[in-house]
Design a protein around this ligand. Sequence first.
Ligand code: SAH
Length: 284
Amino acid sequence: MNRANKPSQRFVHWPARPDSTTRQGLPEAAAERRGTTAGLAGTAPAPIATRRAPLPAAVPGPSRCLPRRSGLDSDAVRRAMVDRLRQQGDYDERVLQALLAVPRHHFVEPALAAQAYLDNALPIGHEQTISKPSVIARGLDAALRMLAPRQTLGKVLDIGTGCGYAAAVTARIADDVYSVERIRALHDLARANLRALRVPNLRLLLGDGMAGCPAGAPFDVIISAAAALEPPQAWLDQLAIGGVLVAPLGDPQQLVLLRKRGTTRFEVQSIEGAKFVPLKSGLK
Ligand code: SAH
């Protein structure tokens, strides 16, 4: 993380009005959304693969090389991207190694593969984008720092699977990842993208992430790739005590780091300004 981008604000309580963090005193908007969400309660999420062996450091097979006509060596360009990130900031080395291990070009259309190792958001269809590597890195880095001295992120809920890239990166530094997507076509795309990579500790779920994932709770970390004005109450409820939420929140958006200190006690810190797609309710 660039030192200039380090979380600058001191911890404050979230939300500003303490009574609105209690179950009884849910903010109106959150309560309304809760009523309209298609939850995941009771679903027994299936792992996308059952093999428990860890991923090899460099993923073999078709993901190793960009499409032939691109004329690029994906291992080399991926290493160059990670080297640039390493120079730009002081990201935790575990995060950089995770980015190095996951072939981002495998998650975008062949026509965009040559741009996969630029630090850009790229379209993945359905008006959604694959997140910028530096933004994914910043969120994971912040969560790891917050959870130190723990060595992994533990059990993670990833909101907004999209093409599955961030979920695959997260799975490298977590014990288990549950990733939820509301758009069926993207859920299917992620499943197809991830099949060849065999990520045994990643479960993909089709559902409205606003309801979290009660079947997997409590979570050590919840990470959202979609922005809300305030965190849905389900996320706060499903965080373990001591757990961390990383999410774009507010207007204007801020990438926020929230720590659950007690059942209804939260501390929040802004990481930086953000520009994420909106969190929407319901399935599509
Ligand atoms: N992490 C993704 C980024 C996808 S963009 C990647 O690496 O590709 C954010 C995603 O959040 C979109 O796919 C969008 O459909 C999804 N999303 C928005 N609201 C959601 C909700 N309520 N539940 C689940 N996913 C949601």
